[in-house]
Ligand binder design. Structure first.
Ligand SMILES: Cc1cc2nc3c(=O)[nH]c(=O)nc-3n(C[C@H](O)[C@H](O)[C@H](O)COP(=O)(O)OP(=O)(O)OC[C@H]3O[C@@H](n4cnc5c(N)ncnc54)[C@H](O)[C@@H]3O)c2cc1C
Length: 435
């Protein structure tokens, strides 16, 4: 029976679902030996460094990942970066197929004047800061002003706004980074305004996330009722209304109708507000917007301008994949056709299709790519795999080492009444592994 060597680059949801699809495809005629390569010392991708700390249920998908990792044909090589510690070319020589599940971690820019002012950040820097990503623990965030503006109308914008707008004590029982919690507790921000350039009917928020907003105990959530009514009448003119859109508008209407709670914290969602300039003296002080309108289904500027005074802006308008040697990026994604890049190179997840979809979307995506790979496989290679490529002395975090780190994080979490306390320093990881 032939055994094919598969390298999966990236230990996020797409990487694990790819491994799972290979495991499920094994039978008496074909088998796979899977090596997962991850640049960080810890796996799980955005489930660890993206998903909001106050949404712990979403993170339970990591149990599925750990089950996949327990299978005998799976090996983890964390703390190994493709493009730095090993080249993509060498990897492709060693494996029958290489699947790039490297995600999209570079925040898109608005491309407007003033974007480089201090305290104008991308969600791509802010989210990993509060989620203990080791590369972002030193992100400079100044929370001394009373108002923050979040640009974008998707779930990432909503996560960011919620983290800034809720009473930080609500984050005490979560795995939010300690450094972020300390800063959030000293924060002066009491008003957070999410601004989307299009209408409520075009927003990328999803209904379950919207429905959670009125449940916030210490934060008033506000949407202008008129904006929702106008969106509803525009949508009513359509021949067919998608279920998701209907659910979204209903959830927004509920927010707009929701009685105020008489609390000082406020989270507002503003539609048809397109930022055109950030102003300030070194540091952000004001965002200038053009008021958009919807005309015959198209978004156009009404010509009117307005501005919001604020001391922090976070842009959450999407992510692009990071380029490394051996791949080309087009429209923010690894150039591919249905997941096939070239010869034995494939891609899946956010690297393949861009920053869209929920965690589950990566499962069907990866299953399709694995089917394509299996169709294209030829004679299995006789090679050693990644171990022959790493420099001697390179400290790999394998599955056993990761399990030690995982257990240690959970034990310190249990003592503190949290799901875990994430380790961000290599020094601490080394100490745990020496025990
Ligand atoms: C802020 C935020 C919140 C989200 N919240 C939710 C939510 O609540 N619910 C939900 O369903 N979805 C949520 N999502 C979406 C979900 O996280 C994505 O669908 C999913 O993580 C994409 O999986 P991926 O494996 O393609 O990418 P990622 O999860 O980004 O994984 C990519 C992995 O590749 C690694 N990597 C990158 N480059 C290299 C390299 N050169 N060598 C080796 N390894 C490399 C990275 O370190 C990373 O671990 C959220 C996304 C974001 C950004």
């Amino acid at each position: 029976m032939p055994t094919y060597k598969i390298a999966i680059v990236g230990a996020g949801p797409a990487g694990y679902f790819t491994a799972q699809a290979f495991q499920k495809a094994q039978n008496e005629e074909i088998s796979f030996s899977i090596d997962m390569i991850e640049r960080l010392p810890t796996p799980w991708g955005l489930v660890r460094s993206g998903v909001a700390p106050d949404h712990p249920k979403i993170k339970t998908v990591s149990k599925v990942f750990e089950k996949i990792a327990k299978e005998s044909n799976f090996r983890l090589f964390a703390n190994v970066e493709v493009g730095k510690d090993v080249s993509l070319k060498d990897l492709r020589d060693q494996y029958d197929a290489v699947v790039l599940a490297t995600g999209a971690s570079k925040g898109r820019k608005l491309g407007i004047p003033g974007e480089e002012l201090t305290n104008s950040l991308s969600a791509a820097d802010f989210v990993p800061w509060y989620n203990s990503h080791p590369d972002y623990v030193n992100t400079e965030v100044d929370l001394s002003s009373d108002t923050a503006v979040v640009i974008g109308a998707g779930n990432v914008a909503m996560d960011v706004a919620r983290i800034l707008a809720i009473d930080p004590t609500e984050l005490d029982p979560t795995d939010v980074a300690d450094h972020a919690l300390t800063k959030l507790k000293q924060s002066n921000i009491r008003t957070v305004i999410i601004c989307g350039r299009r209408g409520p009917e075009h927003a990328a928020f999803t209904a379950p996330e919207l429905r959670d907003l009125p449940k916030l105990e210490n934060t008033n959530v506000y949407i202008d009722f008129k904006q929702i009514q106008e969106a509803e009448s525009r949508v009513a003119a359509l021949s067919e209304i998608e279920k998701d859109l209907k659910n979204n508008l209903e959830a927004m209407k509920l927010i707009a109708e929701h009685a105020k709670k008489g609390v000082e914290r406020k989270l507002e969602i503003k539609f048809l507000a397109a930022p055109i300039e950030f102003k300030g003296n070194n540091k952000i002080e004001e965002v200038v917007f053009t008021q958009n309108q919807v005309e015959n289904g198209k978004i156009i500027s009404s010509g009117e301008k307005f501005s919001i005074k604020c001391g922090l802006v976070i842009s959450a308008i999407g992510y692009d994949s990071v380029e490394y040697s051996g791949i080309t990026i087009e429209n923010g994604r690894i150039n591919n056709i249905a997941g096939h890049v070239e010869h034995n190179l494939y891609t899946t997840g956010w690297a393949k299709r861009g920053p869209t979809g929920v965690i589950g979307t990566n499962k069907s995506d990866s299953t399709d790519v694995v089917e394509l790979i299996i169709e294209n496989l030829k004679e299995p290679k006789l090679s050693e795999g990644i171990t022959s490529l790493l420099k001697s002395g390179h400290e790999v975090i394998d599955q056993l080492a990761w399990e030690k780190i995982n257990a240690s994080e959970m034990i310190s979490g249990e003592i503190a009444g949290k799901p875990r306390i994430k380790i961000t320093k290599w020094r601490v990881i080394s100490a745990i592994l020496k025990k």
